[in-house]
Design a protein around this ligand. Structure first.
Ligand SMILES: [Zn+2]
Ligand SMILES: [Zn+2]
Length: 261
């Protein structure tokens, strides 16, 4: 018998998306075989939050759902959408608010509209006592400025798919947030990013896939799936010079503590 893989949690995947409609049960089986003990199915609007919740109910204890509006979704500019998300979150069936955040890279709603939605999400996270899942693309100064006004308020959460530098890492840590590392940190040219993630303190590190996108090396170019979080873990264990089992156990404990499952 091969040794059993260490326990892993994919803290950020879009498992309820249609990219998995054809073979979701096989994807879930492969995740379990790879050692995953849980996945967080992240929503991008109210409809995808309902789908993530349905999946969480079908896979109790294995899949957990979030609810929120992604900054690049059209729904972010629709005043009717946030009340739907609020109503879902008040049902207490979700483990986090998000994903929310700021994205200056993709062509989408202007940053001030994204920021208004972000503030609504942050306030709701505090009201519901839930962690927030933050997305940031080319907008660290603006995101950090928005978060700064929550310093000391007890905000919990994770900046997922981290791509920042040393100063962004330190700013997020000082705000009490966790940092999620995914496939981008495995890509060959990103040695600067690897240097930055080496110094994330053990107790603030989370691992993720962001599936179906951003497959880690050596799966790059294929559809991503939660099982591939094992490749992120093994690359990080090399970079951080920690045994894989130690790193996996720590990241799993961090995720369970943050999302409270
Ligand atoms: Zn994101
Ligand atoms: Zn995502």
């Amino acid at each position: 018998m091969p040794p059993s893989p260490p326990p892993l949690i994919d803290t950020h995947c879009h498992l309820a998306f249609s990219a998995f409609d054809e073979d979701r049960s096989e994807v879930l089986n492969r995740a379990r075989e790879a050692g995953l003990v849980s996945c967080v199915a992240v929503a991008v609007d109210a409809q995808s939050a309902r789908q993530a919740l349905a999946l969480a109910k079908a896979e109790p204890g294995f899949v957990y759902a979030t609810a929120g509006i992604h900054p690049t979704e059209e729904a972010v500019a629709d005043p009717a959408e946030f009340p739907l998300v609020r109503e879902l979150l008040e049902s207490k069936q979700f483990v986090a608010v998000g994903e929310t955040g700021l994205d200056a890279y993709h062509e989408c709603a202007p940053l001030d509209i994204q920021r208004d939605a972000l503030i609504q999400h942050l306030n709701l996270a505090l009201q519901c006592d839930l962690p927030v899942v933050l997305h940031c693309r080319d907008a660290f100064p603006e995101l950090l400025a928005a978060l700064e006004s929550y310093r000391g308020e007890g905000l919990r959460g994770v900046l997922h798919c981290f791509t920042g530098g040393h100063s962004e890492r330190e700013a997020l840590l000082s705000l009490g947030l966790h940092i999620g590392v995914g496939g981008i940190a495995t890509y060959k040219p990103n040695s600067d990013l690897r240097e930055v993630v080496r110094e994330i303190p053990d107790e603030r590190l989370l691992i993720e896939t962001d599936a179906p996108w951003l497959s880690p090396v050596p799966m790059r170019g294929r559809r991503n799936e939660p099982a591939f979080v094992a490749h992120v873990a093994s690359r990080l264990s090399e970079e951080r010079q920690q045994p894989l089992a130690t790193l996996a156990k720590q990241c799993t404990a961090n995720a369970q503590a943050l999302f409270r499952f």
